[in-house]
Design a protein. Structure first.
Length: 146
C-alpha cells in the first residue's frame, strides 16, 4: 500500500480510491462489501470525511481487505486547538449572511485556503427550522464545529 512521507501526502480519499480500484471494485461494490451506504463511500472518496468513526473504519477495512490501522494512518488528526471561539463565531455569521451569494468565499483561519461551506437545515422538537453553518478546509484539518 501507499506509505505517507514528508515528500508525498496521501489523503484518506486517495487511499480509499486507490485501494478500491486495486481490488477492481466499483463504489457500489465497495459499499456492499463494507456494509456501508453508497453515500458514505462517496463522501469518503470526495474528501468530505477526513476521519472516520471506529465502526465505519472497521467496515471499510473489511471491504478493502486491509487493516484498520492502515486506514487510520490516512485520517486527519483533529486533536489540537483549532482557533478562538470569536473567530469561529465570525465565520458562522459570514456563512449565514452570504448563503445566497454564489461567489462567496471565506478563508481558513489556520492555513488561508478556501473553506468549503454549507448550511445544514435542521428542525428542533417544535418543528422550527434551525440553520447550522458548516465549514471545512480542504488543505488542513480545520472544521467549523457547533
Amino acid at each position: 500500500m501507499h506509505k505517507k512521507s514528508k515528500k508525498e501526502y496521501i489523503s484518506l480519499a486517495q487511499f480509499v480510491i486507490f485501494s478500491r480500484e486495486k481490488l477492481g471494485l466499483s463504489q457500489e461494490e465497495l459499499a456492499e462489501r463494507s456494509a456501508l451506504s453508497l453515500e458514505q463511500i462517496q463522501n469518503i472518496e470526495q474528501g468530505l470525511d477526513l476521519f472516520l468513526a471506529t465502526t465505519v473504519r472497521q467496515k471499510l477495512a473489511k471491504g478493502l481487505k486491509t487493516e484498520n490501522k492502515e486506514i487510520k494512518q490516512y485520517e486527519i488528526k483533529t486533536d489540537f486547538v483549532l482557533t478562538k471561539s470569536s473567530v469561529m463565531d465570525e465565520i458562522r455569521e459570514e456563512i449565514l449572511l452570504n448563503s445566497n451569494n454564489s461567489s462567496f468565499k471565506i478563508s481558513c483561519p489556520i492555513c488561508g485556503a478556501e473553506l468549503v461551506t454549507r448550511i445544514a437545515k435542521l428542525y428542533d422538537l417544535e418543528d422550527n427550522l434551525v440553520l447550522h453553518p458548516k465549514a471545512r478546509c480542504t488543505k488542513c484539518p480545520f472544521q467549523l464545529t457547533d
